[in-house]
Write a protein that binds this ligand. Structure first.
Ligand code: ZN
Ligand code: ZN
Length: 354
C-alpha cells in the first residue's frame, strides 16, 4: 500500500488547514497512514516528516511495518512523549476529534489556544479507495460470500441462531480472515424483524425467514453482506415482502454513481417500500461506506447532501421489518464509479428456499 503518498496527501491537507503538527491516534487512521497493525500507537505528522510512537510490546512489529516515519518507543506513555515533541514544533497543533476525553484534557492543558480540532481529515482521504484497496475489499467480500454458501446446507430446523453465528465466524477464520468485522447476526422467524438482533438460543422452525448479516476482516479490510433465506416454501405474504425489499435494493443500486447524493440513493430505496405501504417499517438508512472500518464515510441516508465520489465503497441494504411476523434485509457492497457502480458481492439475490 502507498503509505508515503497517503502521508504526503495528509501533509498538504494540514497545510490547507494551517496546522503545523497533527496527532493521529485512531487505529484505522494509523494503519492507513503507516501500515501499523498493533493496538497502541500515535503518529505525529509535521510539515516535513512524521514520528511514530508505540510501546515496548510493538518495537519489533513497528520496525517492520512502519517505513515512512521514525519509530520511537518511549519509556513513558506515547501521548506524553508525542506532546513533548510537538511542543518543540510549530505553533498550531491539530488533533482528531475522536480522541478520548482524558487525551483531550492532556492536550488542552499543554497547548491551550494553540490546539486545533480537525474532524475527519484522514477519514476524508480514506473515502476514495485506491485500486489496491478495492482489490483487498473484493477479496474480503469474496471470502464472506464463500462462507455464506457453505452455511446454506447447515440451515435446518432445530439448529439455533447462536450455533449458526458461531459457525459463520469459525469458517471465516478457517478461510484466513483475521476476525468478523462485527458481531454476526443470525435472526430467525419473528426475531428477523429486529434489525440488529443478537443471535439467540432460538431454534429454527420451518416456514420462517432466517436473516444472516455477516462480514469478515481480511488483511485489514472489512466486508458486509445480508441475505435473508426461507426455511421451507415461502407463502404469498413472505414472497411479497421479499420481492419488495429486492426491488428497493435494485432501485438503490441503480441510483449509485459518482456525483449523486447519499440522500438520493436512500430515496430510491425508500420510494419502493413506501409505495407498498411499509415506509415506517424501513427504520434505518440505506447504506454506509466500508473499508478499514465496517462503518465509515460516506453515509447513504436521508439528509445526506454530499455527492458520492468515484472510488467510494458502499453498502446498499434496505430492509422491511414487520413486528411479530418477519424482517427481510438484502445487503451488497459496491464501488462507486463514473456513470454507475461495480457490484462486489457475488452472492445471488433471488429468494433462497431451503
Ligand atoms: Zn451488514
Ligand atoms: Zn452494513
Amino acid at each position: 500500500m502507498p503509505y508515503s503518498e497517503r502521508l504526503k496527501k495528509l501533509q498538504s491537507a494540514l497545510a490547507a488547514e494551517r496546522v503545523d503538527s497533527f496527532l493521529v491516534l485512531a487505529p484505522a487512521n494509523l494503519r492507513y497512514l503507516t501500515g501499523f497493525t498493533g493496538s497502541n500507537g500515535l503518529l505525529l505528522v509535521e510539515e516535513r516528516g512524521a514520528v511514530f510512537f508505540t510501546d515496548g510490546r510493538y518495537t519489533t512489529q513497528a520496525g517492520e511495518e512502519v517505513r515512512n516515519a521514525r519509530v520511537v518507543t518511549p519509556k513513558k506513555a506515547v501521548l506524553d512523549a508525542a506532546i513533548k515533541l510537538a511542543a518543540k514544533g510549530g505553533r498550531r497543533v491539530g488533533f482528531e476529534t475522536s480522541v478520548s476525553y482524558p487525551a483531550y484534557a492532556r492536550l488542552a492543558k499543554q497547548f491551550k489556544r494553540r490546539l486545533r480540532p480537525l474532524n475527519g481529515v484522514v477519514e476524508k482521504l480514506r473515502l476514495v479507495k485506491e485500486d489496491g484497496e478495492v482489490a483487498a475489499i473484493r477479496a474480503s467480500v469474496e471470502l464472506n460470500s464463500r462462507v455464506f454458501d457453505e452455511m446454506l446446507p447447515l440451515v435446518k430446523e432445530g439448529v439455533s441462531e447462536q450455533d449458526l453465528a458461531a459457525e459463520v465466524e469459525y469458517r471465516m477464520r478457517r478461510h484466513g480472515a483475521g476476525k468478523a468485522s462485527f458481531d454476526t447476526i443470525v435472526a430467525s422467524g419473528p426475531r428477523s424483524a429486529l434489525p440488529h438482533a443478537p443471535p439467540s438460543a432460538r431454534r429454527l422452525r420451518a416456514g420462517e425467514f432466517v436473516l444472516f448479516d455477516q462480514g469478515a476482516i481480511l488483511n485489514g479490510y472489512a466486508s458486509d453482506m445480508t441475505r435473508t433465506v426461507f426455511l421451507g416454501r415461502a407463502g404469498r405474504e413472505a414472497r411479497r415482502l421479499y420481492a419488495t425489499v429486492l426491488e428497493a435494493q435494485q432501485q438503490a443500486r441503480q441510483a449509485v454513481r459518482a456525483g449523486v447524493r447519499g440522500a438520493a440513493v436512500d430515496r430510491a430505496a425508500r420510494r419502493v417500500i413506501r409505495q407498498r405501504g411499509w415506509g415506517r417499517y424501513f427504520s434505518h438508512s440505506t447504506g454506509h461506506g466500508v473499508g478499514l472500518e465496517i462503518h465509515e464515510m460516506p453515509r447513504l441516508a436521508a439528509g445526506d447532501r454530499s455527492p458520492l465520489p468515484a472510488g467510494a465503497v458502499v453498502t446498499i441494504e434496505p430492509g422491511v421489518y414487520l413486528p411479530g411476523f418477519a424482517g427481510v434485509r438484502i445487503e451488497d457492497m459496491l464501488v462507486v464509479r463514473e456513470g454507475g457502480s461495480d457490484l462486489l458481492t457475488p452472492t445471488p439475490h433471488d429468494l433462497i428456499e431451503l
